[in-house]
Design a protein around this ligand. Structure first.
Ligand SMILES: O=C(O)c1cccc(C(=O)CC[C@H]2O[C@@H](n3cnc4c(=O)[nH]cnc43)[C@H](O)[C@@H]2O)c1
Length: 210
């Protein structure tokens, strides 16, 4: 096994603390780098130049697509997708692939995904969307659920972390705990305590990763 630690990147300190409680700091380093794909990419790229890491995991809370991921449950990204990277057109959204400017889809490392799924058998695998804007209407929810039939959750950092990991040639994965349904904005529907409890429960599984 590589002698280098795994880097877990969260958006905010509360998420980082939920992991740090039960992780071996010699094996897993947890850092909060800010909210959104730009902060995630810049912060992860900076950390990856500071010392060698054997893998990077984007982790934290997320919105779950109703019927696909339960509040308080965990999801493991098979792919992290920049759902708003592209162009609008009268005929619908054009992903960056159709514009000829690269890819909005980054595959998670299959070895890490398998190890996470083995260690967290109740976690739901699927696409995790990254957006700079939190979805807050039924119309956007329906559009995203239709465009991405395999999407189980949306968050704001995974694709940014994945871009930095790919640039550094380091394996990437994304692990999320569901705090709220993707849908019309409703702060009363948030279950932060449940999501943070799920992150705490998941943390020891990271100690077992290859
Ligand atoms: O004020 C709101 O309506 C609102 C709704 C959802 C999320 C927020 C945030 O400011 C949290 C952003 C933070 O948490 C992750 N997250 C959690 N739930 C979602 C979601 O439904 N869609 C996108 N991101 C979500 C995200 O990764 C950020 O780190 C405010």
């Amino acid at each position: 096994m590589s002698p280098y630690p795994i880097l877990v990147v969260t958006a905010v300190n509360a998420e980082a603390e939920a992991f740090r409680e039960s992780l071996d700091p010699e094996k897993i380093v947890v850092e909060a780098v800010g909210v959104g794909p730009a902060a995630a990419a810049a912060g992860t790229a900076r950390l990856l130049t500071s010392r060698p890491y054997r893998a990077v995991i984007s982790a934290g809370i997320a919105g779950g697509f109703p019927g696909r991921a339960d509040i308080g449950g965990l999801v493991i990204a098979t792919r992290s997708i920049a759902a708003d990277l592209g162009a609008e057109s009268p005929g619908g959204f054009l992903p960056v692939e159709e514009l000829g400017f690269g890819s909005s889809v980054l595959e998670a490392d299959p070895v890490l995904v398998k190890a996470l799924r083995d260690a967290l058998p109740t976690a739901v695998p699927g696409d995790v969307l990254t957006l700079a804007t939190v979805t807050g209407t039924a119309a956007t929810t329906d559009r995203l659920a239709t465009r991405f039939p395999q999407a189980v959750a949306e968050a704001m950092e995974g694709y940014g972390v994945a871009v930095a990991a790919e640039g550094a040639g380091v394996p990437f994965a994304e692990l999320r705990a569901i705090s709220n349904p993707v849908g019309p904005r409703d702060r009363a529907a948030w279950r932060l305590a449940d999501a943070f409890a799920a992150l705490r429960t998941a943390a020891p599984a990271l100690n077992t990763l290859p």
